[in-house]
Structures are given as C-alpha cells and as structure tokens.
Write a protein of this length. Structure first.
Length: 268
C-alpha cells in the first residue's frame, strides 16, 4: 500500500509540474509586446488577442488573463476557442491576455513545507511575485494599451489552476471570475483545500464567480472533490461557484474537454 501511495504522489508531482507540450493550434492574429517587471525581476512576453470588430468601434471589453499564455503554450488554443464562442454568440466579446512562461514552476507554485515538493517545484512562493506582477504591473499596462472594462478574469490548468485557486482564496478581489481546470491542489499537502474555510470570508460585497473541474487523476480529484464539499458549506453569498467532476477525462484531456462549458457558465 505504501508503494502504491508513493507512485500516486510521484505521478501527481510529475503531471502537476511538467512543462507543457508545444501547441499545434493555428496561431491567430494578435499583438505582442514585452514588459520589464520589477516584481519578478524579468522581462516578460505578453500576447494579446482582441475579438473581431475591436478596431471598428470604441466599445470597451472585459479581459481574460492566462498564465501558460505563450504562442507555443495555450494562447492559440484559448484564443481560437473564444473566437468560436463569440462568433456563435455563446459568450460576449472579451480580450485575451496571455503571459508567456519563463519558469512556470517558479511562477505558479506558492510556498510549500513539504520537502519532497522541492524535487519538482521551488518552495519559495514564486506565485506571490507573479501575482504582484499581474495585479500591480500588467493590469495597468493592458488598461493603457486597450479599451477595457473593469471586469477581468483568469484561467489556468494544472499548476496554473493551482495559481488560480490560490489567487481566489488569498486575493479574491484581484479578479471578477476564476476558471481552474484540474488544479494541482495536492501541493503543500493540500494546504489550500485544508485551509479554504478560513479564507472563504467576503472581503467586500463584490460578486465573484468560480468554475473548476477535476479529472480522473486520483490525487487531483481527491482535492477538487474536497474543495467542492468545503464550498457547499462555506461559500459566502457573493461567491457563485460551479464544480465539474469529470471522471471520464484524464489530466491531459480535461482542458479541451471542458473549456467551452467553463467559458459559457462563467461569462453569462
């Protein structure tokens, strides 16, 4: 039994922290710029997709931010999905901002007291600096360059999903809506899940939406199922949430399998 548990843990760590494969989706027309960040002490590449018709009027648009947002990551995939959903009038038009990775393990993982986690991701709370980069530097740059509304959201899968959930719990007012596919909530001995109740207190009367999904990966589904149970009893009145339990999906299929229903629920 101990050997089986060890294998499951190692699989969890591998799938949660692995680098993403090259994206084969067609690359849509988009903008590209760099921003010198004091918060992460790096120059970061930003990709921005605007919906059809953006240049034809003076309308303003909400913004969806995405870690793993490089051209060889998930940016083309999500931009094409949003374009399809907007064209079919399934969701309202929105701007997509992709943040290209330099070291996703550092950017997307918070502090961990579990020494074994260090073999796969840093324990230094790089997520804190990455979140500060987004909220203190990138928000203002996007608002300066594009016609935006105050409404904004974030989407992420696996380790990026962990970052999404951590941001929801630690800084809920950072975004208006949160989407996390198969978040790596096993990190730090499921600290976020075990302490979610203490974080689930309204810090204002701002309405927030949260959609998340769990695959058939045992380590992840255990955590996402537990988080759903916590939310049933402790979600406050300003937090609307939806959990999509996906036992027929694997860790590497759940993003594409659930993306459209996630966007439809969260943006309508």
């Amino acid at each position: 039994m101990k050997n089986i548990c060890l294998i499951l843990i190692l699989c969890a760590l591998f799938f949660g922290c692995k680098e993403q494969p090259a994206n084969l989706d067609p690359v849509p027309k988009h903008d590209n710029f760099t921003i010198v960040s004091k918060e992460v002490n790096e120059t970061r590449v930003i990709n921005v997709w605007t919906p059809k018709g953006y240049n034809k009027d003076n309308s303003t648009y909400p913004v969806l931010y995405m870690p793993d947002g490089g051209i060889k990551e998930d940016f083309p995939h999500i931009a094409n999905t949003l374009s399809k959903l907007i064209d079919s009038k399934s969701i309202p038009p929105i701007i997509l901002v992709g943040i290209e990775n330099t070291d996703r393990r550092k950017d997307l993982s918070g502090f961990s007291k579990i020494k074994a986690d260090e073999d796969y991701c840093p324990l230094t709370d790089g997520a804190k600096n990455f979140r500060a980069f987004i909220t203190k530097e990138l928000f203002s740059e996007i608002n300066k360059r594009y016609r935006t509304t105050p409404k904004k959201g974030i989407v992420g899968e696996s380790l990026a999903g962990l970052f999404v959930v951590e941001t929801l719990l630690l800084e809920p007012n950072a975004f208006d809506f949160y989407i996390a596919m198969d978040p790596s909530l096993w990190w730090n001995d499921m600290y976020l899940v075990k302490n979610a109740t203490s974080y689930l207190q309204p810090v204002s009367d701002k309405d927030i939406k949260f959609w998340f999904a769990g695959s058939n990966a045992v380590d992840i589904s255990t955590a996402t199922n537990k988080l759903a149970e916590v939310l049933k009893s402790n979600a406050h009145q300003y937090l609307a949430w939806e959990y999509s339990d996906e036992p027929n999906e694997a860790h590497n299929t759940i993003f594409r399998a659930t993306k459209e229903k996630a966007f439809k629920w969260i943006m309508n």
